[in-house]
Design a protein around this ligand. Sequence first.
Ligand SMILES: NC(=O)C1=CN([C@@H]2O[C@H](COP(=O)(O)OP(=O)(O)OC[C@H]3O[C@@H](n4cnc5c(N)ncnc54)[C@H](O)[C@@H]3O)[C@@H](O)[C@H]2O)C=CC1
Ligand SMILES: O=C([O-])CC(=O)C(=O)O
Length: 265
Amino acid sequence: MTTKRLMIIGYGAMAQEVHRLLPAGLELAWVVVPESQLVSTREQLGAGVEVLSSTTQCEGRPDLVVECAGQPGLAEHGEAVLGRGLTLAIVATGALADEALYGRLRQAAEAGGGRMLVLSGAVAGMDGLAAAREGGLESVTYEACKAPGSWKGSHAEQLVDLDALTEATVFYEGTAGEAARLFPANANVAATIALAGIGMQATTVRLTADPAATRNTHRIHVQGRFGEFRIELNGRPLEHNPKTSMLAALSVVRACRQVLDPVTV
Ligand SMILES: NC(=O)C1=CN([C@@H]2O[C@H](COP(=O)(O)OP(=O)(O)OC[C@H]3O[C@@H](n4cnc5c(N)ncnc54)[C@H](O)[C@@H]3O)[C@@H](O)[C@H]2O)C=CC1
Ligand SMILES: O=C([O-])CC(=O)C(=O)O
């Protein structure tokens, strides 16, 4: 079997975990990082990987492109990748709450023959939710609870004194679209659930900081003609970024494996 080639956009905590767990048969050939990180990333990766600041500098043809670069990274590079007819697997799904950007990405994919895969990321059940939608959905609620440290550097700091919390505190309630925009490194999952379910406006979101939390907890409650389901997922955060759950990185690894495997599960 010939080795297939992967491009990763971004090389932060998630991308490095994906690189570490890359299945045999898929090699990391290209990494795309901001200009300011070119030198340090080249030093880190050595000669075997081409480090670029734009996907358009890539002269080869990746078998898969994965975005692990956050919402600005998807906005910057998504159109070019899809316009070249490549498959782009994304985790910064919250960027799609911007209807104009979503429209541009769709159009680029349609025009160029590319495909955008919205990965399940830090949550589970997106297959069931998308199937349930076919029968009609009544309500979808998403709740996230993380340790205060995982909300540091986010809009939460404007809403609550994270250092002073002594008990679990809900600091945000709103729609998936707003949550995904306000918490770009923490609430992409809200947008993923909205895309699989009843949309950015109708999906209700509640965000909590809990000083006793050691996991990133995600609760999803769905009601519709199919019946009802609840999922609670207690994910371990990544060692190098407590905002990001390990399962999100593993969902990218799964997408990598699907490139190699003729059977998709
Ligand atoms: N869908 C999901 O379940 C989840 C999605 N995410 C998304 O994944 C992103 C990445 O997570 P981590 O790796 O933990 O964050 P991180 O902050 O460790 O790494 C992000 C990397 O992307 C790079 N980057 C930023 N702008 C870029 C651009 N324009 N082009 C190329 N690279 C760029 C940064 O330099 C940084 O190295 C988060 O910001 C979040 O948007 C994170 C967790 C779960
Ligand atoms: O990794 C997580 O727990 C969820 C996350 O950061 C996001 O949805 O952006």
